[in-house]
Design a protein around this ligand. Structure first.
Ligand code: SF4
Ligand code: SF4
Length: 298
């Protein structure tokens, strides 16, 4: 029932962020006023149904235009995107990953397909920081065209959400685009295929090894207003939190870990001993599930 609440919120958010259902008639993407707002989760701007902009695309656009702006003596930078994401991160850390991101929902559903499952080695959790630094901040400023504009490296060469939500649907909607398909598109389809297959085998492989947005939010996990609290005196080290965690965190070793997507499964479902609670701006709470005393459980 409790996971159901998260699934409902994830599904509603995916529907709201992709609520332009006129696209089969218009055969083009929505370009109204809502597109000036960034979605808190990864959702491709060019998806025909998308109502909002993608935060990663917006940051790359901002970075790609910096050199041209400086050369033209226009110091009007779009810091609002970083500020908006910073406000969300400062309030709840990576919670949008667990509750709002449509691409996170897709991976969660794929992982439900029965079969052999594998754990992703810890070392790969540094991957998203490399993608964040290189494809979002460094390369769009460093490599520029004759006019001083950079490229959107992540969107152009990697983003599987873009391929799934925009590239493939637009090819179906606009047959004339099919003539423009080149090697790059096939590479991106291969990346998407690899991640979809990986999502059946492992929980959230894209979030844990690639996603620069999750990496950005992760810097806030230990400092955000919302915090998960650990009560060692109640913990039995039963490892149920580790068994259920979608990103393989042992909560009792690392509360509010940078990898935590704040799904709250450990708080709401796993821990039967009251060893996990939450706090936000002076408010505190615990899971409402019945608690077992650590002594009784021995
Ligand atoms: S880390 Fe995963 S859940 Fe979080 S924004 Fe990226 S894709 Fe979405
Ligand atoms: S530590 Fe808890 S809240 Fe964080 S991802 Fe794991 S189960 Fe979810």
């Amino acid at each position: 029932m409790r996971q159901h609440l998260r699934r409902i919120i994830q599904s509603l958010s995916a529907l709201l962020l992709n609520g332009y259902w006129y696209f089969p008639v218009s055969r083009t993407i929505y370009q109204g006023r809502l597109k000036s707002i960034c979605s808190p989760g990864l959702n491709c701007h060019s998806c025909p149904a998308a109502t909002t902009a993608c935060p990663l695309g917006a940051i790359q656009n901002f970075m790609a235009g910096i050199r041209a702006s400086l050369e033209a003596a226009r110091y009007h930078f779009g810091f609002y995107v970083l500020g908006w994401l910073g406000i969300i991160g400062g309030l709840v850390g990576r919670m949008p990953c667990g509750w709002i991101c449509p691409f996170g929902l897709i991976q969660d559903l794929l992982f439900k397909i029965p079969g052999r499952k594998i754990r992703i080695p810890y070392i790969f959790s540094y991957g998203p920081y490399i993608f964040l630094a290189l494809t979002i901040f460094i390369l769009p400023v460093w490599v520029v065209d004759a006019f001083g504009y950079g490229f959107l490296w992540f969107c152009k060469f990697i983003c599987p959400a873009g391929t799934l939500e925009a590239g493939l649907p637009l090819l179906i909607l606009q047959p004339t685009l099919r003539m423009m398909v080149g090697h790059l598109f096939y590479i991106k389809v291969a990346v998407l295929f690899f991640l979809i297959t990986g999502s059946v085998l492992a929980s959230r492989p894209f979030c844990r090894t690639v996603c620069p947005l999750g990496a950005f939010y992760s810097f806030f996990n230990r400092a955000s207003l919302f915090q998960l609290k650990y009560h060692p005196e109640k913990c039995t080290h039963c490892e149920l939190c580790y068994r259920d965690c979608p990103v393989d965190i042992k909560f009792y070793e690392s509360p509010n870990d940078r990898r935590c997507i704040r799904c709250l499964v450990c708080l709401r479902e796993s821990c039967a001993f009251g060893a996990i609670s939450w706090e936000m701006g002076g408010l505190e709470g615990q899971s409402s599930r019945p608690k077992t005393s650590p002594v009784n459980s021995q």
